[in-house]
Design a protein around this ligand. Structure first.
Ligand code: OGA
Ligand code: NI
Length: 354
């Protein structure tokens, strides 16, 4: 495959250009749905991404616990995305994660380039920008840092940022806490489907095989934000995704035929149900289409942690308990790798339209 080298979006943004290169301009049909996200976020009307309070998820009181689980279940079935509060991860730790990532991105470009990935040679971890993957040459208004953060023995610490000096410690701590949170959520989602508590956790690989991959998305200010996207519309292939951000709006969800802007909820963690859980639950839990907008005024940074099953070891398909005569399996069996391939294929086929 021939790939052209895309510049870092950060360098484009700081060059003072007033109009963005054509590769970043979305197709005409899509432009009509892109607005000013800073204004959109302030609007009070319309549907809202549910906020789920996890305080009572482990309550001793059965009734209280059930109520909490039912809220989670409803959000997972209707939206497939939610703002988690009282999730048990301290504000202090989340702040340290944000500071560490922000400091890395504040390094001069030459410093960050020392961590550059090399997608052509299969080195996917590190600092990067999107390479065009279809005929249109379409690009996204972001740079990122991508690396595996859990299980600990699968990390390659040699490629983690060395500046700031607490990056590894802080990020490791956050990954451990997220891993525990993922287990808690998977238990509740299992019970709500009438499965044994540990079932979904086991089906996605358990402690040994479920991989947590962190992608720090860095969205520079954009001179023409209404022509570009930070991340194009997609569903996450993961089992679950957890997102932290720097309180600058940008995330939109495609809900009931319209793009809804997520509000910035202090101290929350956004959680997506990904395709993997959607498939295992035979579509009962939804993997929602979402995208990221950019703006003129503020740099946006988000920390997405994708909890992913192993690429080849597990065949993903609707669990027998979720299938019945009236609910036939909606997804053919496939490995996680095949699922990713399948999506990529559909997209490259599609070329200009999506
Ligand atoms: C992603 C994503 C949205 C965001 O990285 O998959 O959807 O808020 N990011 O940055
Ligand atoms: Ni996503």
């Amino acid at each position: 495959m021939v790939t052209s080298v895309a510049p870092r979006v950060e360098s484009l943004a700081s060059s003072g250009i007033q109009s963005i290169p054509k590769e970043y301009i979305r197709p005409q049909e899509e432009l009509t749905s892109i607005g000013n996200v800073l204004e959109e976020e302030k609007k009070e009307e319309g549907p809202r991404v549910p906020t789920i309070d996890l305080k009572e998820i482990d309550s001793e009181d059965n009734e209280v616990r059930q109520r909490c689980r039912q809220e989670l279940k409803k959000a997972a079935m209707e939206w497939g995305v939610m703002q988690l509060v009282n999730h048990g991860i301290s504000d202090e730790l989340m702040d340290r994660v944000r500071k560490a990532g922000q400091k890395f991105f504040e390094l001069p470009l030459e410093e960050k380039e020392k961590y550059a990935n090399d997608q052509d040679s299969g080195k996917i971890q590190g600092y990067g920008s999107k390479l065009a993957n279809n005929a249109s040459g379409q690009l996204e208004w972001e740079d990122y840092f991508f690396h595996l953060v859990y299980p600990e023995e699968k990390r390659d610490l040699s490629i983690w940022p060395k500046t700031p000096s607490d990056y590894t410690e802080v990020t490791s701590e956050y990954a451990r806490e997220l891993r525990a949170l993922a287990s808690k959520i998977l238990s509740a989602l299992s019970l709500c489907l009438g499965l044994e508590e540990g079932r979904l956790e086991k089906e996605v690989g358990g402690l040994e095989e479920l991989l947590l991959q962190m992608k720090i998305n860095y969205y520079p200010k954009c001179p023409q934000p209404e022509l570009a996207l930070g991340v194009e519309a997609h569903t996450d292939v993961s089992a679950l995704t957890f997102i932290l951000h720097n309180m600058v709006p940008g995330l939109q969800l495609f809900y009931e035929g319209k793009w809804i802007t997520a509000k910035c909820v202090p101290n929350s963690i956004i959680m997506h149900i990904g395709d993997t859980i959607e498939i295992l639950s035979n579509g009962k839990y939804k993997s929602i289409l979402h995208r990221g907008l950019v703006n003129k005024e503020k740099v946006r940074i988000s920390w997405a942690v994708f909890c992913e099953p192993p690429k080849e070891k597990i065949i993903l398909k609707p669990l027998p308990e979720t299938v019945s005569e009236t609910e036939p399996p909606l997804y053919p069996p496939r490995t996680f790798a095949q699922h990713i391939q399948h999506k990529l294929f559909r997209k490259t086929q599609d070329g200009l339209s999506k």
